[in-house]
Design a protein around this ligand. Structure first.
Ligand SMILES: [Fe+2]
Length: 274
């Protein structure tokens, strides 16, 4: 995991003074240099890899073997790109992603927004490994207020992608433009094994909602998740089967854990029962 790219801040908020943050336990500084490029410095003063994509600065403590994963929709004309900002969560970065993949909690945690009783059933969907990423497709769920642009309840369809150990990309029914998908991402910065900064980012078709309302809607959702995440036990994500009992709703979570384990992505994971 040390050779992967991680989000370390919003590019739009960078200045020459920069911000001090952390990556996998190491203090780092993220700033804008004289040419306007993002500059990331490690704890011992060494220059770290840096790139700017999807509104964020990305860095790595190691040597990334490939470019940051692609989100083709980020270059599609007509979309609005929303830097939602940061939510600090006292949980494993892997748990933050796992929670994002879980739809069964919608009616209970995001009541009257992403779900509502009695519409609690998770219908069958497909999970597969596609080009070394976890993909869950044909996920359908009834939502009272699926997006700021939705008027009234609709059955929303979801596609989830996990292209990197602490990142997920969600494609979701786009109420004003049925032929397209809204894109909502979860970029997680691992500060430590049990602490993370979550940077949601969106690429939406929505010409009417104000930027403030779009940000506020998404922050409301993530603050609801935070209270759940900070109370999960064990704190680290168990990767071994049998430690938590999976249900049909957890198919994506099970695939995610297997994928992490097979690739030895274990920062933030609990490998043996404690
Ligand atoms: Fe949630």
């Amino acid at each position: 995991m040390i050779d992967e790219w991680y989000p370390v801040g919003l590019f739009s908020q960078l200045d020459a003074v920069g911000r001090r943050t952390a990556l996998m336990g190491e203090p780092i500084d993220v700033a804008r240099d004289a040419e306007g490029n993002a500059k990331v410095t490690g704890g011992n003063g060494r220059a770290l890899p840096a790139c700017v994509r999807y509104g964020h600065v990305w860095s790595s403590l190691g040597t990334p073997q490939k470019a940051l994963f692609a989100i083709p929709e980020a270059d599609q004309p007509g979309r609005r790109f929303v830097d939602v900002g940061v939510v600090r969560v006292r949980c494993s970065p892997l748990r933050a992603v796992e929670n994002f993949l879980d739809i069964a909690h919608f009616p209970f945690v995001h009541t009257d927004l992403l779900g509502a009783e009695p519409h609690t059933e998770v219908q069958n969907y497909k999970v597969e490994i596609r080009e070394d990423e976890v993909w869950a497709t044909q996920v359908k769920f009834y939502q009272p207020q699926a997006a700021k642009s939705a008027s009234g309840g609709i059955t929303t369809e979801y596609i989830y992608r996990v292209p990197a150990p602490t990142c997920s990309v969600l494609y979701k029914t786009c109420p004003p433009r049925p032929s397209e998908w809204d894109v909502i991402t979860l970029f997680v910065q691992p500060l430590a094994e049990d602490l993370c900064d979550v940077w949601p980012w969106m690429a939406l078709f929505d010409d009417t909602t104000s930027m403030t309302d779009l940000i506020h809607f998404q922050q409301t959702i993530f603050l609801q998740d935070r209270s759940i995440l900070e109370n999960q036990i064990p704190r680290l994500l168990p990767l071994d089967p049998g430690m938590e009992i999976p249900t049909r709703a957890d198919l994506t979570s099970v695939a995610y854990r297997r994928w992490l384990k097979r690739r030895n992505y274990t920062y933030g994971a609990q490998l043996v029962a404690q």
